[in-house]
Write a protein that binds this ligand. Structure first.
Ligand code: DQA
Length: 141
């Protein structure tokens, strides 16, 4: 199993960014744990087009089994990322650290949800593990 984890804008600041919402754990620690489950590649960008390019690059590569994507604020705004997800062949699981449905109204809408395999939100950085496990077990069943 090989899974690509993509993080969007501001998620490079995990561990320092609004810890009351996003916790104190760093992405490095989270990746360390994910790598005990399967092979994990990681990509982070603060730029919408870079995320689109990354989805194009990996999305037709069947040496990967799926993509876990936390698009950050682009979740709520980016038709370009939604179109890229719709265009590619690999399954994408949408992830959020916080429970976006319990936050400001603008975060309730996801443009990418309709084209993702599923959504995991609200479990802190454990959301990434749950999404990786969904791809692992989804593949087996
Ligand atoms: C987030 C939720 C988004 O609304 C926000 O813009 C983020 C992080 C989350 O993981 O909870 O940057 O995707």
């Amino acid at each position: 199993m090989k899974i690509l984890v993509i993080n969007g804008p501001n998620l490079n600041l995990l561990g320092r960014r609004q810890p009351e919402i996003y916790g104190m754990e760093t992405m490095d620690r989270c990746l360390e744990h994910l790598r005990t489950l399967c092979e994990i590649e990681y990509f982070q960008s603060n730029h919408e087009g870079d995320i689109v390019d990354c989805l194009h690059r990996v999305g037709f590569d069947h040496s990967y089994d799926g993509i876990v994507l936390n698009a950050g604020a682009y979740t709520h705004t980016s038709l370009a990322i939604a179109d890229a997800i719709a265009a590619i062949e690999l399954p994408v699981v949408e992830v959020h650290i916080s429970n976006v449905s319990a936050r400001e109204e603008i975060r309730h809408r996801s443009l990418i949800a309709p084209v993702c395999r599923g959504i995991v939100a609200g479990f802190g950085l454990d959301s990434y593990r749950l999404a990786v496990e969904a791809l692992i077990y989804g593949k087996r069943s």
